[in-house]
Write a new protein. Structure first.
Length: 75
């Protein structure tokens, strides 16, 4: 399985969530906004590098596994 956390706040600020992830050492963030829902994708963001990629929903689990199995550096 994939360990995950979910923030239960109404209309949370994305910046606050990203700061929490950085402080907690969470390597990846899945972002699902209105545009992502329309496009059928999930925006996957690397907390360390701030790189964002759009991933099809059906490919999300494999993409997360691929990214978390690679060594990464928080510099």
């Amino acid at each position: 399985g994939i360990k995950a956390e979910l923030l239960y706040k109404k209309n949370p600020k994305l910046l606050n969530q990203l700061q929490y992830c950085e402080e907690a050492g969470i390597p990846l963030v899945a972002i699902i906004g209105e545009q992502e829902l329309k496009d059928g994708v999930i925006k996957l963001r690397s907390v360390a590098s701030r790189e964002e990629v759009d991933v099809r929903r059906e490919d999300l689990v494999e993409e997360i596994k691929r990214r978390t199995s690679q060594p990464f550096c928080i510099c």
